[in-house]
Design a protein around this ligand. Sequence first.
Ligand SMILES: CC(C)(COP(=O)(O)OP(=O)(O)OC[C@H]1O[C@@H](n2cnc3c(N)ncnc32)[C@H](O)[C@@H]1OP(=O)(O)O)[C@@H](O)C(=O)NCCC(=O)NCCS
Length: 173
Amino acid sequence: MPADKLAIRKAEPKDAKKIIECMQSVMDEHIYFVSEYYLYTERGEQERLRNPDDLTLVASIGDRIAGVLTLQRGVYRKNRHTANLGIAVMNGYRHQGIGTGLIMESLHWAENNGIKKVNLEVFSTNVNAINAYSKIGFVHEGVRKSQFFINGEYADDVLMTYWIDQSISVGSI
Ligand SMILES: CC(C)(COP(=O)(O)OP(=O)(O)OC[C@H]1O[C@@H](n2cnc3c(N)ncnc32)[C@H](O)[C@@H]1OP(=O)(O)O)[C@@H](O)C(=O)NCCC(=O)NCCS
């Protein structure tokens, strides 16, 4: 039997349960996210997936969901040109190009939807993620020192940005 192919696609409300399971399994590793529990119930997640301002992509392999990416656009007029990126690829599916595929697809969506910069936050201890983001072209924008305490050690909050519109990257100061 041929192996199921990987597909990167927009999430649909029917994916809600598997998205929650994927996110929760990565949160259960306790070293990648601040939150220990996924915020939404299945009904809440279905509702979130209907919000046209946000993008949720899934990496599906047959009927499994191996990775989830969310881009949440700024909700105010002053920050609607930005979006925050969150991503989780399940243990066992990492380092196979899935994360890069999800991020590249989301950057196309951001560009086509008037977003000028895509932001994310990552623990300084998450070297694999920082490497993945850097290879794609995210740059360090700042750092909040010892913002987190993880397994007995302090970690920094690293702020990274991908400039869709490089011309605004000079800022106002
Ligand atoms: C970070 C993450 C999204 C990257 O996705 P991925 O599918 O594993 O990454 P890719 O296969 O696209 O790899 C891209 C690069 O990431 C780095 N990388 C990812 N996993 C790695 C690993 N296990 N060991 C070493 N480098 C790794 C490498 O630089 C890699 O480039 P290379 O293939 O040329 O060596 C994914 O590993 C993940 O979800 N991790 C757990 C949750 C998490 O950290 N979320 C982000 C919180 S900010």
